[in-house]
Write a new protein. Structure first.
Lengths: 74, 375
């Protein structure tokens, strides 16, 4: 979250991604950085133990949502 | 009770009004200022007694967490120490603990927000132990001693109240550890056969110090069965080398030896450097063991242990430098070097019980031994 916010503040579009159990810490971190409305992406937990194919599937699933937050029209 | 309205105890001493005390305790709970246990309500007069213990200014920064946009001043550290139940004379130890943690480096990297759920362990040496009643003997990790209980707790309350590291919010620990409530021990220098921990780093006898370590677990070693130093040390080494501790490529450890074990080793001519060398050499896992639990390689980027067929898998440092260690009866050291083992003596001289404290550091660096500054 911090990285995403700092990139945005430096003019670099960024989308932070975290898994669902981290929603509350993510919101708390955004608040700590004075950016409570910071838009980020949630994905199901876990990620660390996924296979390569499952990771690729996640990317496919998340890409439209990442682009939506970035305001990119396909 | 007296007829004047001021409650008096059976010894004639003044007894505070229980209802007022309960109200004050509940007031603190309602504001979320506690770790779940009651805190001591602190007013300006009590805070001033803490601040009088140090030459530092109330607004001096004790520790900053830039990634949270927060910092802790001497005043906030004192306030939380008072709320934790410290006596004012403990405060120089609390400040030294913060200095030691800052020097260790993990805090600034956000370790207190990590899912691992670490806690700081404080080891106190020197005359301050006796002066403030810090326990280094029986039940050293257990309850019953105000200074041990409250100095460690002062750090946790500060984490909660000054840095906002509340559980399930900015503190993302999956399970945490009971040590997060408090973990402060004194070294039992009087019953140790060796020079105390700070002496290894140039501190003179008679100097009071605090050494803080970021830890994950305190694992008991039950070893009442042998008088053979090598057997005893292999019991420690096997405990160090458990695979569950291997998140990273290697781990580090602090051996908290009970005086009985320390005397057994010293009596057979073992000093701390020799113990470190032996434990390093014996704390190994076979490559087959590592593969069996899916920790045979490390990730290219994070250097966390992963299965050998993981897409990011690369050989660990030892496999890279010594490919023979990965074949046949090949073995991997779980410690990076002998220097990653610290040795402290604490506990009672009543049984063959010691502990392996699984630390995040040092990984070969100098431990962060900090002198206690008295005004």
């Amino acid at each position: 979250m911090a990285d995403g916010i700092l990139l945005e503040r430096n003019g670099i579009p960024a989308v932070s991604i975290c898994t669902e159990p981290f929603r509350i810490p993510a919101d708390a971190m955004a608040k700590a950085y004075g950016f409570p409305g910071f838009q980020y992406l949630l994905t199901p937990h876990p990620v660390a133990s996924l296979t390569l194919a499952e990771v690729r599937q996640r990317v496919v699933e998340m890409t439209p949502r990442i682009l939506a937050i970035l305001g990119v029209e396909e | 009770m007296t007829t004047t309205g001021v409650p008096v105890g059976s010894d004639g001493g003044r007894v505070p009004d229980p209802a007022a005390v309960q109200d004050a305790i509940e007031y603190c709970y309602e504001r979320g200022w506690t770790d779940g246990l009651p805190v001591v309500p602190c007013d300006q007069a009590l805070l001033d007694r803490f601040l009088a213990q140090t030459d530092r200014g109330p607004d001096d920064v004790v520790f900053a967490m830039p990634h949270l946009n927060r910092h802790c001043t001497v005043r906030l550290a004192a306030l939380n120490a008072a709320m934790a139940g410290c006596r004012p004379e403990y405060f120089p130890v609390v400040l030294a603990a913060w200095d030691s943690l800052a020097a260790e480096g993990y805090l600034a990297k956000g370790i207190w927000q990590s899912t691992t759920g670490t806690a700081p362990m404080l080891v106190v040496n020197g005359p301050v132990r006796e002066r403030i009643g810090l326990n280094g003997r029986g039940n050293v990790f257990g309850p019953g001693f105000r200074a041990n209980a409250t100095i460690g707790r002062a750090l946790r309350l500060t984490a909660l109240n000054a840095f906002g590291l509340r559980p399930r919010e900015l503190d993302q620990a999956t399970q945490g550890t009971p040590a997060k409530y408090t973990l402060c021990i004194a070294e039992n220098e009087e019953e140790s056969p060796w020079a105390p921990l700070p002496a290894e780093y140039g501190f003179a006898a008679g100097e009071s110090t605090v050494t803080a370590m970021t830890i994950r677990s305190v694992v008991h070693v039950e070893a009442r069965h042998t008088g053979v130093p090598e057997q005893l040390l292999r019991d420690f080494a096997d405990t160090v080398a458990r695979t569950g501790a291997l998140l990273h490529e290697t781990i580090s450890a602090c051996l908290v030896l009970g005086p009985e074990h320390a005397r057994l080793l010293a009596g057979a001519g073992w000093d701390k450097p020799r113990i470190r060398e032996f434990v390093y050499a014996e704390a190994v896992r076979s490559r087959a063991d590592l593969d069996r639990v899916g920790k045979g390689s490390v990730s290219r980027k994070s250097r966390w242990r992963v299965p050998v067929d993981h897409p990011d898998a690369v050989p660990d440092r030892e496999a890279e430098s010594d490919p023979d260690s990965t074949v046949g009866a090949g073995r991997a050291h779980v410690l990076r070097s002998p220097e990653t083992v610290l040795v402290v003596v604490a506990g009672a001289s009543n049984s063959g019980v010691s502990a392996v404290v699984e630390t995040f550091g040092p990984r070969g660096d100098r431990p962060c031994v900090v002198p206690v500054e008295h005004r």
